[in-house]
Design a binder for this molecule. Sequence first.
Ligand code: GDP
Length: 297
Amino acid sequence: MFDTLSDRLGSVFDKLRGRGALKEQDVRDAMREVRIALLEADVALPVVRRFIDEVTEQAVGQSVLKSVTPGQQVVKIVNDALVEMLGGAETPGLDLAATPPVVIMMVGLQGSGKTTSTAKLAKLLKEKQGKKVMMASLDVNRPAAQEQLRVLGEQVDVATLPIIAGQAPVDIATRALQSAKLQAVDVLLLDTAGRLHVDQALMDEMRAVASISVPKETLLVVDSLTGQDAVNVAQSFAGQVDLTGVILTRMDGDARGGAALSMRAVTGKPIKFAGTGEKLDALEVFQPSRVAGRILG
Ligand code: GDP
């Protein structure tokens, strides 16, 4: 995760730390290298520009250059700016304060890891927060989708809504809500249809499901390996539905990290979880300060 970026920044900062005194030009040279490293990590250009401007402005200040450890101070400024870029020091978490069953609607493109992430999240809520969870697949487009969620439900030991062939997504959602109420479920996860691209019919379907199920959280699942495309997809969805957060999958294979670093700044939506592997416990709460720490080594 972030290996390439981490290596690049590591060598820039080793140089800075190695010198006793720093001149303004040293900082500007280092920032030029940081800029290239961020662009190579596929971070969106406007995000990189703002980052470099802000960091440079703070780092060339007299209090930094005249301090005893200017290199360390510059690294601290970069660290704080990275935390901001990744979403800020506060981890947003899930807002589940409502009368149960609290609905979490999962949306995303096909293949993004949406169904797997639904099961991972169900497991996490059950095991780490002691919630009674139910899952329902509303994906009637992909033949095996509902069965896939049922099998995953068995693996994580979370109930899934029994499948009734031929039922429309809005009707499945209605049935899921009734069933969740009857069974005193705390959190109902609705896995909406995956789509090959952002298409209007499925966006309308997603909005119809949202209007009857009134989700407290609407989480977009996107694949971090798709880089800036992931950010573009998030922007399209955010224009159609009230997204409350993003789950970024396949972070385990993402050496670059551009999607993670651009998402918040470009879309305004927080990354709430990171998928870090195929196993069903490979879902981490996304904590900007920990991620920044990992990047800066
Ligand atoms: P969907 O079409 O969006 O529902 O995608 P799936 O949930 O079926 O996931 C597609 C593939 O991606 C499966 O083989 C998953 O195991 C895999 N996958 C999902 N999330 C992750 C992740 O965070 N890391 C890795 N390495 N694989 C993942």
